[in-house]
Design a protein around this ligand. Structure first.
Ligand code: ADP
Ligand code: SF4
Length: 697
């Protein structure tokens, strides 16, 4: 085992948090995993892996304190004593690996329309709930405030009973009462809770005190607080509310966990900002309290982390996304294996699980969400049951991951790639504006492959059926990817687009590969709604083109709402002077003109253009697959036992899906999975005692 670099010793110092001690400075901040208590076994598995990976503190996601804070799945709850047991199971799993367990008790206030409990949403004043549901927040009476505080105290007591070490008073979002009371914008009260800063901090103070009362003397109380909403005087600002909080209650909790709101600011995508963009907020708090401070910033570099501690910016390296992409990040640094860190690329595919109400997945770490249900460990794989030679064709994300895991399992692996450069779509897309960090998907895997003597890589090698059958492989994995269609076929144009055969029409790949387009204005048709359409429009605009982005959706880049980058994407589109034409489909393309139609009014519209770029859907590259499947006897003669398509060649999708497909194939090769036993299911339990009588009030 290599030794830890002494430069990083500082990261492994224990730190006291009130009555408890963290074994090092790695702190997994509260992080939504899209599992809540609905997928509780998944939740347990997900948190336990992080504790095993060396994080000193592992938090759950938000844990709602009461019935009138009901975001529906995917959160956890401490509404009543029945919620203690599931949380206790999570805590137990975290403790088993020597980490402290934390839980972010919070109230979602205007962020919860209470669709399940049907309670009235609450806040400091009357205003619409922030979820877009047509219901309003009710201004809390003094009695409501007392109930709110009692509920927080009870929830903290339940967390204590569940064994939680660090119990939060959550003030991370302006939707919850502690922060909405602090906000000039939302708090219009004229009583002792409104007006002056001292009054607006009052509820936060009482909330921390109530949490302390419930937590008891031997558990730490943490506050996660938004220091700024990045909206200037319209929102919370560090200079005003942030400073007041620190002056008035800076010593009240045992730990400050600093965020900026809303979530899209705190989990900024790499396209719009680098690692460490929140540093000044943590530093501000650190200068104003003696309590330990946690700050996040998508830190994946141990040098950057050590520097933060040395410079006194913060006491803990807070992380959500870096801990998802690599749950073993602390262990790898501790064991001098920092070059093995699987670095987060800042794509926010993980966060989309929350909005889509599905367990999180990760582009870099395919084992996320599979820790329990498939028993996938992020670092360990089972050795091959019997030796075999496996040929993987295509070194995109699917092929690279597949070869990596097959190699780790001990198979003899040949990885062939047509291009001189490895990486497939990732290598190409990482050259597009803002996506440079995505190259980590390739680099991590190429680095890992270089350590495996049983894997041979053959770049610049365009395999055909003939050559493939000569290689003596028993298993062939086809990971040849997909290409963007030129015919316009997609959701809005299920029969394609008339005129798409003209030479002025290009598939997205032409722009991705920087092939020349005819001079003049360009129209990009985006029927994909994720990043490619708007990133290509940006690339063309930055090259000086006049660009129009046409989409049948209500706004460009609709899917990016889930990855929390839509606001910034739209801002970028409009600031660059890209003309957006939403709600339009294409009727016909002519050589210098495109004919559009409004989706609802059917009113026609024409645009002059020199080129049209299709970002509509993709077609798998199945040439090799079809060639192999066409001649089973040939395969038999060549000793090929199986041919399997994975990744975009199987079904075009996200990079995360391609990595996952490669990983899954490699895990399952030679394993008997059993009929129907695809993964363990979470099932609802019907309690024997729950008789009809009991349910009747
Ligand atoms: P995925 O996302 O599924 O990994 P990509 O499109 O990123 O798919 O990668 C597919 C890779 O397969 C590309 O780099 C491409 O050059 C390579 N490829 C396609 N056909 C062949 C072939 N016949 N021989 C070798 N490599 C191929
Ligand atoms: Fe990072 Fe993307 Fe994984 Fe989230 S999904 S942890 S942003 S790599």
């Amino acid at each position: 085992m290599t030794r830890r670099n002494p430069r990083y010793d500082i990261l492994f110092e224990p730190v006291r948090i009130g009555p408890v001690v963290a074994r090092n400075r790695f702190y997994q901040t509260p992080q939504c995993a899209g599992m809540g208590d609905q997928y509780i076994n998944g939740q347990i598995g997900h948190r336990a892996i992080k504790a095993e990976g060396g994080w000193a503190v592992v938090n759950t996601e938000i844990c709602e304190s009461q019935y009138d804070s009901d975001q529906g799945y995917p959160g956890m709850k401490l509404w009543d004593d029945g919620d203690i047991e599931p949380l206790a199971r999570v805590v137990e799993a975290i403790h088993r690996h020597g980490a402290l367990a934390g839980t972010e008790i919070g109230h979602l206030g205007a962020g919860a329309a209470n669709l399940y409990t049907r309670e009235a949403p609450i806040g400091p004043s009357i205003y619409p709930v922030l979820t877009g549901y047509p219901v309003q927040v009710r201004a809390m009476t003094r009695r409501d405030i007392r109930t709110f505080l009692d509920n927080q105290r009870d929830a903290a007591r339940r967390a204590r009973q569940a064994g939680v070490d660090i119990i939060y008073a959550d003030a991370s979002g302006v939707e919850g009462p502690p922060l909405s009371f602090l906000s000039r914008h939302f708090n219009r009260r004229t009583d002792a809770y409104g007006g002056s800063l001292e009054n607006r901090v009052r509820l936060l103070r009482q909330y921390i005190e109530a949490t302390r009362e419930g937590a008891g003397p031997d558990r730490a109380v943490a506050v996660r607080i938004c220091m700024d909403e990045l909206q200037g005087p319209r929102g919370i600002t560090i200079e005003e509310e942030g400073a007041a909080v620190m002056a008035l209650v800076g010593e009240l909790p045992d730990l400050w966990d600093i965020n900026i709101s809303d979530w899209e600011n705190d989990s900024l995508v790499s396209r719009f900002g680098p690692m460490g963009s929140q540093e000044r907020f943590a530093a501000f708090v650190k200068q104003r309290t003696t309590r330990p401070v946690v700050g996040v910033g998508r830190y994946t570099s141990p040098d950057a982390m050590a520097s933060l501690i040395r410079r006194g910016v913060q006491d803990f390296i807070g992380a959500a996304r870096p801990s998802i992409a690599d749950p073993f990040l602390p262990k790898k640094i501790e064991e001098g294996r920092e070059e093995e860190i699987r670095e987060c690329i800042g794509c926010n595919v993980c966060a989309s699980g929350f909005a889509l109400k599905a367990p999180s997945r990760c582009t870099q770490n395919p084992t996320v969400g599979e820790e329990w249900r498939r028993d996938w460990h992020p670092e360990r794989v089972a050795p091959a049951r019997r030796p075999a030679k496996v040929l993987v064709v295509g070194a995109g994300p699917a092929g690279l991951e597949c070869a990596h895991i097959l190699g780790k399992r001990g198979y003899e692996v040949l990885l062939a790639e047509r291009e001189r450069e490895l990486g497939g779509r990732v290598a190409r897309e990482a050259r597009l504006p803002g996506l440079a960090e995505w190259i980590r998907v390739r680099d991590y895997r190429v680095q890992q492959l270089a350590r495996l003597p049983n894997v041979s890589i053959f770049p610049d090698n365009d395999l055909d059926v003939e050559a493939l059958c000569e290689l003596g492989a028993q298993h062939v994995v086809i990971a040849t990817g997909a290409s963007w269609r030129r015919d316009g076929f997609g959701l809005a144009h299920p029969d394609g687009i008339p005129g798409a055969e003209l030479p002025v029409v290009f598939g997205a790949d032409s722009v991705i590969r920087s092939e020349p387009l005819p001079a003049g204005p360009v129209v990009v048709i985006d029927d994909d709604h994720y990043y490619i359409g708007n990133v290509l429009a940006e690339k063309l605009r930055l090259a000086g083109r006049e660009v129009t982005l046409v989409t049948a959706a209500g706004e460009p880049a609709q899917f990016t709402q889930y990855t929390m980058e839509r606001r910034r994407t739209l801002q970028r589109i409009y600031e660059l002077g890209i003309e957006a034409v939403p709600l339009h489909t294409v009727r016909l393309i002519e050589t210098h003109r495109i004919h559009l139609e409004h989706r609802h009014s059917h009113r026609p519209r024409e645009l002059e253009c020199a080129a049209v770029v299709m970002v509509t859907s993709r077609l798998p590259d199945e040439t090799l697959l079809n060639g192999l499947q066409a001649d089973p006897q040939r395969l038999q003669r060549a000793g090929i036992e199986s041919v399997t398509a994975i990744g975009d060649c199987h079904v075009p999708g996200t990079i995360a899906a391609a990595v996952y497909a490669g990983h899954r194939f490699a895990r399952e090769l030679g394993e008997d999975r059993g009929e129907g036993a695809r993964f363990k299911r979470e099932r609802s339990v019907i309690f024997a005692s729950q008789s009809r009588d009991e349910l009747t009030p």
